[in-house]
Design a protein around this ligand. Sequence first.
Ligand code: ATP
Length: 219
Amino acid sequence: MLNVVDVTKSYPGADGPVAVLRGVSLTLMAGETLALTGESGSGKSTLLHLVGGLDTADGGRIVLEGTDLTPLGDGERARIRRTLVGVVFQQFNLIPSLNVAANISFQARLAGVSDRDWNAALADRLGLTPHLAKYPEQLSGGQQQRVAIGRTLAARPRLVLADEPTGNLDEKSGAAVLALMLDLVAETGAALLTVTHSQRLASRMDRRLLLEDGKAVAR
Ligand SMILES: Nc1ncnc2c1ncn2[C@@H]1O[C@H](COP(=O)(O)OP(=O)(O)OP(=O)(O)O)[C@@H](O)[C@H]1O
């Protein structure tokens, strides 16, 4: 469902462009889970942003469900992102003026696929039913992250991209949130590409890739 072929990306530096990705290739099958590890600054978030269509590669191809993202303009990439890809970041990025129920349904409504029963089932599975009328600031970090996961899965994305999804949580709630996310991703048949520093999280994925010297190496 995802094919990343020889992707390169540089950022401008004081002494000219700095190459962050120097020919990264990876594939992800439908329903497969993959952990992306690597030192700080190795380009993990950069790669996730390219796959999510939030930024453009300098070279190579990123093919998502048969569509090559690389030649597309911002509008087309945004449309694909809305309909195929869901993103869970370390910062929860909830909308402060919307309650939990409205935050959960927000992206699905944008994508035109909002389903009340599915939203309710997700809220239930994520332990959020008693909190649906609350606002993000009234929730704990773990609860906010569960809302962020619910919001992403409500739109039934084919690919979930997660960047340190439990990085802001303590070990115990992080593990619980992660277990829930993995269960729900598996149930929806979505593929998951997650950036993590945690070996424990990485060990729960089908495959692991290490970003090193601008390339992806299987682990
Ligand atoms: N918009 C940008 N402009 C310039 N340089 C950038 C930009 N975004 C990232 N970089 C640089 O590219 C490199 C890779 O950054 P990236 O955030 O992808 O790394 P990472 O592996 O996700 O790191 P971390 O684990 O610390 O989050 C870093 O050296 C960073 O400073």
